[in-house]
Design a protein around this ligand. Structure first.
Ligand SMILES: [Mn+2]
Length: 370
């Protein structure tokens, strides 16, 4: 049977193919075969199975399928991420961890590029399954998997399935789908036109705003007063210095030092250090933009050195590191800035400064005032 023969109405309840910028499915016949299998198993037990540590996109995909095909069960292999749990609890929904496969007549495996991510054992011993995914490499699944790597998020494929079966587009669906797209495109940093078009389609076809979505993703933290104040104080207490075109910035807060670091990067710093002091303890967060790592800077190693120079413990990843211990936070921050300055000069082949730079003196004065 061809897809043509079973093609449902193409416009209903706010959904429209083609005009609303929800792209046509890459392979309508294959997608429809998955859908009809779910419909045919209405009386059976259909399990939608997400990967290990199910992320927002995996949870969002599961939710859309559940709303479109309410008889499906939702499950995840081993665990659900914190962010995924937040999205589930927002809608009062649940996913079973390591669901029992007894009586499962069909599995819809989502957002997973290989069998290892969803189950143990040999695929030949699993219940019958379909795969819906957007990751580029799907050689592990072989033929028959529905893979559309033009989509930034798996939830966009779930939307196409919902629309093909005439599910109305609800506000909950729109919020959930945009959350999945935001999560899988690095808040649109890596979004392709299709991801923005689908977002636009969802916003125009529903009553929700982007702020509604951000509230669901970021939750109460979004309005957490002490975090806001910490970030604003970090801006007020800012010091920085410049080497060639690169800027290293430092600041102090009482808490939320990692969030404050991100704010400094967004504000223009290429590397940021933020110290928090609590009682006799200090913590310093360090963050760098990717182009700094390409210079050969490794913040984990860098903070390890700062740690041993100040009698503290430092370390971490190349782009995100930290330090714990004691001492004067301003002195540690100043050392971080001076050492980063020196490291940049070394990496960029710029001779060390003779005497003090204007920015160096300025920042020192500003620091003393605090
Ligand atoms: Mn995904």
């Amino acid at each position: 049977m061809t897809v043509q023969g079973r093609k449902p109405a193409i416009s209903r309840a706010g959904w429209t193919f083609g005009r609303g910028h929800l792209p046509f499915p890459r392979d309508r016949e294959l997608m429809w075969s998955v859908i009809s299998d779910i419909l045919d198993n209405h009386g059976g037990s259909v399990l939608v199975l997400a990967h290990h540590n199910a992320d927002i996109d995996a949870v969002a995909t599961s939710l859309i399928l559940k709303w479109a095909f309410p008889w499906v069960r939702l499950g995840a292999f081993r665990s659900i991420s914190q962010a995924g749990k937040k999205l589930l609890s927002y809608f009062g929904e649940e996913m079973e961890i390591d669901p029992s496969l007894d009586g499962v007549s069909l599995m819809i495996i989502i957002d997973s590029s290989s069998p290892m991510q969803v189950l143990e054992g040999d695929t030949s011993e699993w219940p019958r399954y379909h795969v819906i995914d957007h990751h580029p490499d799907h050689s592990h699944w072989g033929d028959g998997a529905y893979v559309d790597d033009s989509m930034g998020a798996c939830v966009e494929i779930a939307l196409q399935m919902a629309m093909l079966t005439n599910s109305p587009l609800t506000d909950d669906m729109a919020v959930t789908a945009i959350a999945g797209i935001i999560a899988d495109t690095g808040k649109y940093r890596f979004a392709r036109p299709v991801d923005l078009e689908v977002t636009s389609f969802l916003l125009s076809g529903s009553g929700i705003s982007m702020e509604d979505v951000m509230l669901v993703i970021e939750g109460e933290e979004y309005f957490d007063a002490s975090k806001k104040i910490a970030q604003l104080k970090a801006m007020r207490r800012l010091r920085f210095r410049k080497v060639a075109d690169q800027v290293v910035a430092a600041s102090r807060v009482n808490s939320f030092e990692a969030a404050a670091c991100r704010v400094l990067l967004v504000a223009g710093a290429d590397v940021a250090f933020v110290a928090a002091e609590k009682k006799d303890e200090i913590r310093v967060s360090a963050r760098a933009k990717p182009h700094i790592l390409r210079l050969g800077v490794h913040l984990g190693h860098f903070m390890e050195r700062i740690g041993s120079a100040t009698g503290n413990q430092g370390g971490g990843h190349d782009g995100a590191a930290g330090l714990n211990g004691s001492g004067d936070p301003d002195r540690v921050l100043m050392l971080c800035m001076e050492e980063m300055d020196a490291l940049w000069r070394e990496k960029m082949g710029i001779p060390p400064e003779s005497g003090r730079s204007r920015s160096g003196r300025g920042s020192r004065k500003r620091e003393n005032r605090r």
